[in-house]
Design a protein around this ligand. Structure first.
Ligand code: HXC
Length: 516
């Protein structure tokens, strides 16, 4: 090697060292002091060792080149690598450079990595730590966001997109994550808001700290923006790895079978004792999921939001599936606005990425009341029906107990396109519960009777006998079979195996118009 070549290589190493130093030692120290890792440390932890390949480390802000100090990389690290041997594309915002704010070139870099992920068919991961639009770059920053949003939408349903919020996510920085499939937040150190506390105080006079305005608790319990919340950055990145393990790399693929699949498909007698014989008594549907799914394979999504419905990924004999289940423990498992939004979004994700849907149903109906009506339960509730009817993946329903009215129809009924509907023997499938039905049908007769209570009870019992059982629905073909609860796991595994090659075409259209 000649002397000049040697010097060039030394120069390259020097610049790359500078790149690795981000916004400098002092700011890295500040980052650590807040309990946060740097962008590079996060990538290093997340990806398989030595698999990260960085792209565009020399990108620099044009604004800064013209106006003073500039940083190679422009506050975001992008590239590709592997997680559990599978390819992923990644970007991680570097808070030590202008607070991870998004300027023109920073935006271009993210857009470029999104294009690579979308065109090459691998998941895209965003590690967000950003003060939003880089104020000093003006409209160029806003344009940068637009470039990213467009690509989030373009590749939505093409490759899984996951965002982990690991610091502030302020202003424009919130919209890209929310356009992706999943948001994971870290307790105490991550915050999401369109308008930060300082601006809020100026504009509305409200004085709220970041945690109350947009902390992980708020977004995982109240707004529903965050799908998973973890106590530390390490746990959040581990959750991301687990989440990815259920997904294929892109929408033309099936998820890989789990290697440590549970082979047993034996009877589960424990399922005989979970649903109480009193049809009004509550129970925890997660106990049923645990018995039906491979041991320890259930990963709940949106655990703390709209608890009256439970959604999550699991495996059955190694195959990844999505579970959608009413939760009688909360609001008697009734469907409200938040539950409808939660379920519909989950169903659509599963359909995008070829994950069969298993619905465990025990629902009294859509929750009545003026609040729900005025806030739009009609259009929100319709999202569930829309999402199920639209989905072409294998769709199986098991009616555990109650299946009443519109909620029965919306929750993957046969009419809506379920492939197979099973019911347990104690299932009650009817337009409404026996008590309400008796009042409406025989109200006058009951009121005029010498002993109204006795007559009412007789009417309720006659109604239950005639309508509130699984056999009327089975006789009409709306239930394919009535099964003993203990058979459920075996029967679901058989159904999934037989439906593995399911293919369903839909009329050609640009896209549907889901009620939003
Ligand atoms: C440029 C920014 C910045 C921004 C932070 N910095 N936000 N630089 N543009 N948006 C810089 C700071 O100047 C500072 O630089 C460094 O990042 C760290 O910021 P601090 O304020 O010292 O850190 P901290 O106290 O931890 O507070 C972080 C913060 C706060 C909560 C993010 O900086 C903040 O509130 N920033 C503004 C957030 C905001 O309102 N963004 C909305 C922008 S408008 P030095 O050199 O000192 O290290 C927007 C609309 C887009 O995004 C809409 C698109 C659709």
């Amino acid at each position: 090697m000649s002397n000049s070549e040697h010097l060039q290589i030394e120069k390259l190493a020097r610049i790359k060292d500078q790149v690795k130093n981000g916004g400098g030692e002092k700011r890295i120290y500040e980052q650590h002091k807040k309990g946060k890792w740097t962008a590079r440390e996060r990538i290093g932890y997340l990806l398989d060792s030595d698999s990260f390949v960085e792209l565009q480390p020399f990108i620099t802000s044009r604004h800064e080149v013209e106006n003073g100090e500039s940083y190679n990389g422009d506050g975001v690290i992008t590239g590709y690598g592997k997680i559990a041997g599978k390819p992923v594309y990644i970007y991680a915002q570097d808070f030590t450079v202008h607070g991870g704010s998004l300027g023109e070139m920073h935006g271009k870099k993210i857009a470029a990595i999104l294009d690579l992920a979308g065109k090459n068919g691998a998941p895209i991961i965003g590690l967000i730590d950003s003060g939003g639009a880089r104020i000093q770059e003006g409209v160029a920053s806003l344009d940068g966001y637009g470039q990213i949003f467009r690509r989030n939408v373009l590749y939505s349903g093409v490759v899984p997109q996951i965002s982990v919020i690991m610091g502030p996510s302020a202003g424009g920085a919130v919209y890209s994550p929310v356009l992706t499939d999943f948001i994971i937040m870290v307790e105490n150190t991550s915050h999401m808001f369109i308008t930060g506390p300082k601006v809020l105080k100026e504009v509305t006079g409200e004085e709220l700290g970041p945690e109350v305005l947009g902390g992980a608790g708020i977004h995982s319990q109240k707004s529903g923006n965050a799908h998973l919340v973890k106590a530390t950055e390490q746990e959040a990145l581990e959750a991301l790895k687990t989440l990815l393990s259920y997904f294929p790399e892109h929408n033309q693929q099936r998820a890989r079978l789990s290697l440590n699949k549970e082979k047993t498909d034996n009877l589960r007698p424990q399922l005989l004792d979970i649903v109480p014989s009193d049809s009004k008594a509550a129970y925890n549907v997660k106990r049923i999921i645990e018995q039906v799914a491979d041991k320890g394979s259930f990963m709940e999504i949106h655990e703390h939001f709209a608890k009256n419905i439970v959604v999550g990924f699991a495996r059955l004999k190694g195959e990844a599936v999505g579970f959608v289940c009413n939760q009688p423990k909360y609001k008697a498992g009734g469907l409200d606005i938040d539950a409808s939004d939660k379920a519909a979004r989950f169903i659509r994700f599963c359909d995008c990425f070829n994950l069969p849907l298993i619905t465990l149903e025990d629902v009294t109906g859509f929750i009545p009341g003026v609040k729900q009506e005025h806030e739009g339960i009609i259009r929100h509730g319709a999202k569930i029906a829309y999402a199920y009817a639209e989905a072409t993946v294998p769709k199986i329903t098991v009616i555990l107990r109650k299946a009443f009215g519109g909620a029965y129809v919306a929750l993957n009924s046969k009419a809506l396109g379920a492939d197979i509907v099973y019911a347990w023997p104690q299932a009650e499938i009817a337009v409404m519960g026996p008590e309400g039905a008796a009042s409406i049908l025989y109200g006058e007769e009951i009121e005029g009777a010498a002993d109204p209570t006795k007559i009412k009870e007789a009417k309720i019992s006659a109604y239950r006998e005639k309508h509130a059982n699984p056999y009327a629905a089975a006789a009409l073909g709306m239930v394919d079979d009535v099964i003993s609860p203990e058979q459920t796991r075996i029967i679901l595994i058989q159904a999934l195996e037989i439906m593995y090659n399911k293919h369903e075409e839909r009329p050609k259209k640009k896209h549907g118009n889901m009620p939003l």
